[in-house]
Write a protein that binds this ligand. Structure first.
Ligand code: GDP
Ligand code: GDP
Length: 443
């Protein structure tokens, strides 16, 4: 049975440029472009593809046509299309600004769980770009500027759309509305984890304990690097892929020797996974090799959870010493949660998957521009930067969350750390690294 392609619904008031966008994406003239507002059209479905992914574009021209009682005119068919769509594009007209109809639609779309993008159309030139931020107030994330007529920004938009589609192997399950269930073989993997640490710190013991937990259903898959095997666990926190686990699952891994998890191998697994679990042997303290691994994880920009394993072997004084040592030697990983664990007895192990899940969630977080600006402006009002002013803030990227501050002058590093702390606190971005960039503008 062939999987149905995912669907992308295009909605918006009349005359914002939906049909023009559909034509731009499909390179065809199937959608009818009308200059008259309020022309009701049938819902059209058109096949499209981008970057090797096929999807069905649903042009809901008939949704919310002009008139006063907008909600009453929501057509059932279009409502259905929107509920079913994997991605919804709310097209708005930058030359007009936020209008009542946009707000009504945004309110309906905010209740959706799937991805929704605000497409700020008619940005025919760069000068118009600042106008898009008004639409951040719709509460659906950063508006994406395009000009459907000229094709400006439409490639970037399609990259975002394709990135938000369910993974190709998950299309069947997703389009039928089925939840990925424990034990199902074709579910999507939420995120991947590399378990790294020096030999004998207890990585295998820890991993086997995770696998041994009742609720975890295990699948072994071919890994991302040659000769490697990954293990997927179905857990309460979703399906998690542990990378390069062959050496961890084998009990008594003498055949491979203690060098199985050589530094090179560990570094590869860091690079091919979303998050890292850095296991440290509490009885040995933080060694230089631990520090090197930590630096490498930090450089990769991935979130990390630090595990102080064999914790049960320490007395109170040793516990205190170790905590100071972690704060000191791993100070650059301030954002990383530190878990005290005994893989042998199971102490604290249940905290591991939730901590990884939270780190991954923060790492993928998208903060609406309007809220971000409120927080940055409040921080700035409470403590203004020396001789400078932040005019605007946006989140440019996820993985990790990356923020751009538009300012009229350079901002000193201490001030950036202050803003970073405020953003972290307010949005509870605790366990992920974040990046802040400054762009000078005007003055
Ligand atoms: P729809 O009712 O939302 O499907 O809107 P249409 O695609 O029919 O476009 C409405 C009008 O806006 C038409 O006159 C289009 O030529 C014009 N339009 C669409 N996209 C753009 C754009 O990117 N820039 C400008 N300047 N006009 C556009
Ligand atoms: P790996 O090389 O990092 O995979 O380490 P192993 O999982 O093979 O563990 C090395 C040794 O440490 C084994 O003898 C384990 O039994 C022991 N070990 C692992 N975790 C703990 C723990 O939490 N407490 C204690 N006391 N020993 C542990």
């Amino acid at each position: 049975m062939a999987a149905a392609p995912p669907t992308v619904a295009i909605v918006g008031r009349p005359n914002v440029g939906k049909s023009t966008l559909v034509n731009r994406i499909t390179g065809r003239r199937d959608a009818i472009v009308e200059d008259t507002p309020g022309v009701t059209r049938d819902r059209k479905e058109i096949e499209a593809d981008w970057a090797g992914r096929s999807f069905t574009l649903v042009d809901t021209g008939g949704w919310l046509p002009g008139g006063t009682d907008l909600d009453a005119k929501v057509t059932r068919q279009s409502e259905h299309a929107i509920a079913q769509a994997d991605v919804v594009l709310l097209v708005v007209d930058t030359t007009v600004g936020v209008n009542d109809g946009d707000e009504r639609m945004a309110a309906l779309l905010r209740r959706r769980s799937g991805a929704t993008f605000v497409v700020a159309n008619k940005v025919d030139s760069q000068q118009r770009e600042p106008d898009i931020w008004e639409f951040a107030a719709l509460g659906l994330g950063d508006p994406v500027p395009i000009s459907a007529i000229h094709g400006r920004g439409t490639g970037d938009l399609l990259d975002l759309v394709v990135g938000a589609l369910p993974p190709a192997e998950d299309q069947l399950g997703h389009s039928s509305g089925a939840e990925a269930e424990a034990g199902q073989d074709d579910g999507a993997v939420a995120f991947s984890v590399a378990i790294v640490g020096r030999p004998n710190v207890g990585k295998s013991t820890l991993f086997n304990r995770l696998v041994g937990e009742e609720r975890s259903v295990v699948h072994d898959l071919a890994g991302t690097t040659r000769d490697s095997v990954d293990t997927v666990l179905s857990t309460d926190a979703g399906r998690i892929r542990f990378v390069d686990t062959a050496g961890l699952r084998r009990r008594g891994k003498e055949a491979e020797g203690p060098e199985y998890y050589s530094l090179v191998r560990a570094l590869q697994s860091i690079d091919s996974s979303d998050t890292a679990l850095l296991v440290i042997d509490s009885t040995e303290g933080v060694t230089h090799q631990d520090q090197r691994l930590a630096e490498r994880i930090d450089a990769a920009g991935s979130p990390v959870v630090i595990v102080l394993n064999k914790w049960e072997l320490l007395d109170d004084e040793q516990k205190e010493t170790l905590q100071h040592q972690v704060a000191d030697m791993l100070a650059f990983l301030t954002y990383a949660p530190v878990l005290k664990v005994s893989a042998l007895t199971g102490l604290g192990v249940h905290k591991l998957l939730p901590a990884l899940g939270q780190a991954e969630e923060a790492y993928s977080r998208r903060i609406p521009t309007a809220v971000l600006n409120r927080v940055v402006q409040a921080a700035q009002a409470a403590h203004p930067p020396p001789n400078a002013k932040i005019q605007y803030a946006t989140q440019g990227a996820v993985h990790p969350p990356t923020f751009t501050l538009f300012a009229n002058r350079e901002l000193p590093p201490t001030y950036l750390r202050y803003i970073e702390r405020k953003i972290r606190e307010h949005f509870e971005l605790g366990p992920t690294p974040i990046k802040i960039r400054v762009r000078r503008r005007g003055g």
